[in-house]
Design a binder for this molecule. Structure first.
Ligand SMILES: Cc1ncc(COP(=O)(O)O)c(C=O)c1O
Length: 440
């Protein structure tokens, strides 16, 4: 049912939103099914962004809805501090099998940001318990997004997300990002140029001292700062340098896990084994908030061995770590991914997707197009003196024409549910092309 009643908009302090502007021109969604949202005025809006890169199996999937409904009626909540219930154990078992590689334990949070804080703390603590207590410094990357905790914004490479918040984690530093229009504009898939930028990690090692660095955290594909695809060989070099210096490598896979690249994770897609992986979003198809950290074999064991018998090995956790509803949603979601072969679907449509992305070349304002799996970035030239204005205008015009896109500044990011059909891919790009042709 579409509710025509719009509540007063003032009291909700909206996240990452220009509140004053939004509230003069709100875009409200009241229902969703499959590939489409329904807006307050009853229009069907094609979801080009899987919500916020999270509804990978499509909206209101009946099997996931049913699993959550059943769970809430049976066990609404149970603590996981010194207590347990079957859900998180069953899910952890499922997750370590789901992801190829050497992962053997799972720690739960409620969001990607909390997964990042957890992974950073684990990395530092891992060195501490092994007697490497000076290894506390963390390396992120410019234009990296790792959520909004103090750790995440410290390693994150978005100055605007840091400026208002005073002291950050001491000693955190950043690799350069790999995006350079002069060298890798209009790349299809991974850019050929840029692997050498991983070697900057050696410079950071030299600056800080190898034995001071706890971990490097990167998004294998950066999403929030406008879809930055790793150059061929880049992630492999990062892994090799981390190995050389005993630094843990964290892949923040909050958006890349669960099929976005046609594989369970970017780690699987690129064939690289990180030490920790952060998960969220597609883990529960976004029905119930949940994040997680997946740890490589040996990390959990190190904590179990180091701590005194009877003591708590890792003093960290959230009231809702392993919440029953989230676990039920995640178990049902993983089953849907497998039963419906959704990751294989991405592999099947990836070429068509790529062709449609790059067919936008030559349209007004388009200065770069990039793609990988079910991801695309369309970079527009900014309006003079008005960075971001063209992007916002594009978002609004797409919405008016029945398409939801995400914009970061003047970059349009696309990441649809993996159930998207060929016709819907065509509909998405036809609408976007129409908007770009008229966009001032
Ligand atoms: C790579 C990455 N890490 C962390 C986060 C933060 O996740 P959350 O918003 O669930 O806290 C995001 C969110 O977009 C993300 O893209």
């Amino acid at each position: 049912m579409v509710s025509p009643v719009v509540p007063p908009l003032d009291a909700f302090w909206m996240p990452f939103t220009n509140n004053r502007q939004f509230k003069t021109q709100p875009r409200l969604l009241v229902a969703a099914r499959g590939m489409y949202y329904t807006s307050t005025d009853g229009r069907q809006i094609l979801d080009g962004t899987a919500g916020l890169w999270c509804v990978n199996a499509g909206h209101c999937h009946p099997k996931i809805v049913e699993a959550v409904q059943r769970q809430v009626a049976e066990l609404d909540f149970a603590p996981t501090f010194r207590m347990g219930h079957p859900g998180p154990f069953a899910l952890a078992e499922r997750l370590v099998q789901f992801f190829p590689g050497e992962f053997d334990h799972v720690f739960y949070s409620n969001s990607g940001s909390e997964a990042v804080e957890t992974a950073l703390k684990m990395a530092i603590a891992y060195h501490q318990i092994r007697g490497d207590s000076q290894r506390t410094q963390l390396i992120g990357r410019m234009r990296g997004y790792h959520g909004v905790g103090f750790g995440g914004i410290s390693v994150g490479g978005i100055p605007a997300n840091r400026q208002l918040f005073g002291q950050l984690l001491p000693g955190s530093d950043h690799l350069p990002h790999t995006h350079d229009l002069a060298h890798n504009a209009f790349s299809r898939g991974q850019p050929a140029w840029g692997a050498h930028l991983a070697d900057e990690l050696e410079a950071l090692v030299a600056r800080h001292g190898a034995d001071m660095l706890a971990a490097v955290i990167v998004e294998p594909v950066a999403g929030s700062t406008g879809v930055l695809i790793p150059p061929v060989g880049y992630l492999e070099r990062l892994r090799a340098i981390c190995d050389r210096h005993g630094i843990l490598l964290i892949f923040d896979e909050v958006i890349t896990a669960f099929g976005r690249l046609g594989a369970s994770s970017a780690s699987e897609y690129f064939g690289i084994q990180p030490d920790l992986i952060t998960l969220a979003k597609g883990l529960t198809n976004a029905t119930v908030p949940m994040g997680a950290v997946l740890t490589r074999r040996g990390i959990y064991d190190a904590f179990m061995t180091a701590a005194a018998e009877g003591s708590i090995e890792l003093p960290h956790g959230y009231t809702y770590s392993g919440h029953p509803l989230a676990c039920a949603a995640a178990i049902a979601t993983l089953a849907v991914y497998e039963e419906e072969g959704l990751f294989a679907r991405v592999r099947d449509f990836a070429l068509h997707w790529q062709e449609r992305v790059h067919a936008l070349r030559g349209l007004p304002h388009v200065v770069d197009l990039r793609n990988l799996g079910a991801i695309a970035g369309i970079e527009l030239a900014p309006r003079p003196e008005q960075p971001g204005a063209r992007g916002s205008d594009c978002l609004q015009r797409c919405f008016e024409r029945g398409l939801l896109v995400r914009v970061t500044g003047d970059i349009v990011a696309l990441s649809p549910p993996l159930i998207i059909s060929r016709d819907e891919i065509d509909q998405l790009f036809d609408t976007l092309a129409d908007v770009l042709r008229l966009l001032p």
